[in-house]
Ligand binder design. Structure first.
Ligand code: PEP
Length: 242
């Protein structure tokens, strides 16, 4: 399975710095699938900078409705109109800061797919949930609650305690959780669930990418901090595919 390396730029970059970062990635295209998810206001500039290159562009969130009175929100069709072909949904920062439930994430998945976007749905447990031994139950419930039966996208396993902390999950933890997620996906979707990519996210850096990307059932990475430095993001992409 070809791996996907996705960069989540979060609330960083200006139009100029986003276009420059995109241009630097364009120069270093590698042998895996690559995706960058800039802030919504930078989508048009980044899509233009990457036009004709295999590096794909995505949003970081969308609303669960196709249009309407939702001040400050962005519809999936607007992301598509700006050049996005993917969207990250249910990131733990959105689940925590915007109180997004699994039902909300599920509605967003349906809206995204309705607009022709491929969703990356994030799941993952907190440090307390892991230390209490509830990590599989938490992730299992997120999968069941967030993924509609028509789901046609990618799952990203992102333990909350590993995001932005510099402390990646251990190989054993990643391997065990990805095996668990695979079993759940097959239970939910049958053979289709056996083919879905499952990304790992949480402090992926050039120095741990080779070992993380070599683990069984790791279909790529969702990268935060390191995706803001072109050389680091490209090094991670090289670890995955080329
Ligand atoms: C993320 O927020 O999706 C993420 C994985 O961040 P970082 O790589 O900085 O841990």
């Amino acid at each position: 399975m070809r791996q996907l390396i996705a960069g989540n730029w979060k609330m960083n970059t200006t139009t100029a710095s986003a276009a420059a970062l995109a241009a630097a990635l364009r120069e270093g295209v590698v042998g895996c699938d690559m995706l960058v998810c800039p802030p919504a206001t930078q989508l048009v500039a980044v899509a233009a900078a990457l036009a004709g290159s295999p590096v794909m562009v995505g949003g970081q969130d969308c609303h669960g409705s196709p249009c309407g009175a939702h001040t400050g929100d962005i519809a999936a069709s607007m992301l598509a109109d700006a050049g996005a072909t993917w969207v990250i949904l249910g990131h733990s920062e959105r689940r925590a800061e915007h109180h997004e439930t699994d039902a909300v994430v599920r509605a967003k998945v349906l809206a995204a797919q309705g607009a022709g976007l491929r969703p990356i749905v994030c799941v993952g447990e907190s440090a307390a949930e892991r230390s209490e031994g509830h990590h599989e139950a938490v992730v299992g419930a997120q999968l069941v609650g967030s993924l509609p039966s028509s789901f046609d996208g990618v799952v990203a396993y992102e333990p909350i305690w590993a995001i932005g902390s510099g402390r990646s999950a251990t190989a054993a933890d990643v391997e065990a959780m990805h095996a668990f997620i695979r079993t759940e996906l097959v239970q939910l979707f049958g053979a289709r669930g056996g083919e879905m990519r499952v990304l790992y996210g949480g402090s992926v850096k050039p120095d741990n990418a080779v070992s993380l990307m070599a683990l069984p059932d790791v279909g790529g990475a969702l990268v935060g901090g390191a995706s803001l430095v072109a050389a680091d993001f490209l090094a991670i992409a090289r670890a995955a595919g080329g």
